[in-house]
Design a protein. Structure first.
Length: 362
């Protein structure tokens, strides 16, 4: 695939292109197929100028694996070319794991989301009252976060589907406008408005791709939308495990049940704390220089009860795009949960019991 910078359809009488060697065009004609065929519009726009300069070719022996194609207008702030895409069936998706889920922290900025979350938390109070009698405070707090996680998953799916449907509708509308060559003057009058609406939706969807791409994007200052998509696909591919060897028997497993069992055993052992060696601990403590030890006053201050207000302040000053734990709830959303008044006495109890009871707390 590539930006060829000439219109492939414009040929001399001998079949060659004015800016491409005949060997190149012969290679494409003999061994490759344009996956779009004739179903493609202008891919490059500069002012009132336009042309088809971008192509996706597939080898003729694999062309049958192409399941669909798409062409999308992209924000002019990103590029003057359109985005060509295609779906290709290259592996069995049944071998993929579920991956790691994380809530979109930008949801916390949305007034609609904050209202929906508040309504959900209010509605969850009655259900929580039903489990209070047979659950510990920590179990109740875990239940709350699990319920919020399910709510956010559903909200994100509905929100993303709405954005994609709106974008698809606007892109279809734009394609129809571009086909109306007889009324090109009238078309261009409404085209700018449609382009702006498309750009707005694309920028919102790009923020989601940034989250899926991981930390590398922001840390290295990447700005390419294509890089975002490639990073997300790379992370998706790493979820696929073809086979695993059982360390206890040496047997190789390829079926999903065996792979899951091996992975479960490995991570269970990895995250199970080892028994504490009191002798080694005493030796380590004695080796700490005196000037690095905390005083009795500092110890008392560190062991003061935790207050919800402190948690609220701390959760507002955490690093952006960070996540507090395996629940996948970023601090921006955890902050909204901590602010919910009916939960604050429970949260106080959970954090303070964790502080005083240590690893034995459940």
């Amino acid at each position: 695939m590539g930006d060829i910078n000439y219109q492939y359809k414009d040929r001399r009488t001998d079949g060659s292109l004015t800016s491409a060697p005949v060997e190149w065009t012969d290679l494409l004609d003999d061994y490759y197929i344009d996956v779009f065929g004739d179903d493609k519009h202008n891919t490059w726009h500069s002012g009132r100028n336009a042309g088809i300069l971008d192509y996706v070719f597939c080898s003729s022996n694999a062309h049958h694996l192409v399941t669909s194609t798409s062409q999308q207008f992209l924000s002019s702030e990103w590029t003057d070319h359109e985005l060509l895409g295609f779906s290709y069936q290259f592996q069995d998706s049944n071998g993929r794991g579920p991956g790691v889920w994380k809530a979109n922290p930008y949801l916390a900025r949305s007034k609609d989301f904050r209202k929906a979350l508040a309504d959900f938390l209010i509605g969850s109070e009655e259900r929580r009252a039903g489990i209070k009698r047979f659950t510990s405070p920590q179990q109740q707090w875990d239940w709350i976060k699990a319920e919020v996680k399910l709510f956010i998953k559903q909200y994100q799916v509905e929100d993303l589907n709405w954005r994609k449907k709106q974008l698809h509708r606007l892109l279809s509308k734009r394609n129809k406008m571009m086909r109306q060559k007889k009324h090109r003057g009238l078309v261009f009058q409404g085209l700018d408005t449609v382009n702006q609406q498309i750009q707005s939706l694309q920028h919102a969807l790009a923020e989601i791709e940034i989250l899926k791409a991981g930390k590398f994007y922001r840390e290295h200052g990447e700005k390419s939308p294509g890089f975002l998509k490639r990073s997300a696909i790379s992370r998706e591919n790493r979820r696929s495990i073809a086979e695993l060897r059982d360390p206890s028997t040496g047997s190789m497993f390829q079926e999903q049940s065996g792979i899951s069992a091996i992975a479960t055993d490995f991570y269970t052992a990895l995250f199970t704390p080892d028994a504490m060696d009191s002798t080694a601990l005493s030796t380590m403590i004695r080796s700490i220089p005196q000037h690095l030890k905390i005083s009795s006053e500092q110890q008392e201050e560190l062991m003061l009860p935790i207050d919800v207000e402190e948690l609220l302040v701390d959760s507002k000053h955490t690093r952006r795009l960070s996540s507090p734990g395996p629940d996948g709830l970023p601090y921006e959303i955890l902050y909204l949960i901590l602010k919910f008044p009916p939960f604050q006495s429970l949260i106080n109890q959970v954090y303070n019991e964790a502080l005083t009871k240590g690893p034995s707390y459940r």
